[in-house]
Design a protein. Sequence first.
Lengths: 115, 156
Amino acid sequence: MTSPFATLLFTLVRHRGVKGCMVVDERDGVIVDANLQLGVDGAAMAALAASVYRKARRAATAAGFGEIAFFELDAEHGRVCAAGRGGLVVVLVAENRVNLGLVRVEMLRALEAFA
Amino acid sequence: MRFSVAAEWVELPLKQFVDEARVQLAVLLYPSGQVLGQFGFGRSVDVMTACALSAAITASSAELGRMVDGTPFTDLHYAGRDKQLFLGQVPIADGALVFLTVFDDESSLGLVQLFFREFCAVTASVVPSSNAETPALSDDFERELNHNLAVLFGRQ
């Protein structure tokens, strides 16, 4: 049976440089649905990315900035992006060569499905 | 620090787990209910109660698993309104230990499961080989049970 997020995930992973994409439960940090390349530790990524997202959201709220829409982590060999809404977070793992602007638009558009 | 251990080798994996998973309570025990180390408890009677209940739940869920699925159920997660509980089995050379942890919104099930996997790996690498030979219920079980609780709470 196909999950309601399968199309969304497929749209994101087809971009060049994307190694995987997941829909993660923000509170539990567990995978709801995922489309990952071999070698990506989905469970670890989901737990850690959801934790960072949750803390970033709390920090933004504490600072009076409102809801966080999107965040990006830059590392030496890749990027992790996350965007959330309604208790779910879209987490994307990509190489540095990914077209970040395009992926960002797609992720924010994907959030509309969570409303 | 609110750590106390009855066996030295427990300290490293337990501290690592608590530091990384940001849990509120953690206790490692034999399947018989005898405590090996704990974090977060203030009274020995609470540790004793947690160990007894954890051992009972582990035994019951294993038997239930055998009945309905042919194999024992291993890990258990319960999500309360504010706090959550995770009860897992830590494989060692010849058997398994039982691990109970309680956490709130500072952590998550995903983080607990992630660092529990690391906890299992570190524990398996530091547990003495003779540990696996410890009988589930030795002749002096009650004395050993009380001894470990006394060591944990400085009454030795």
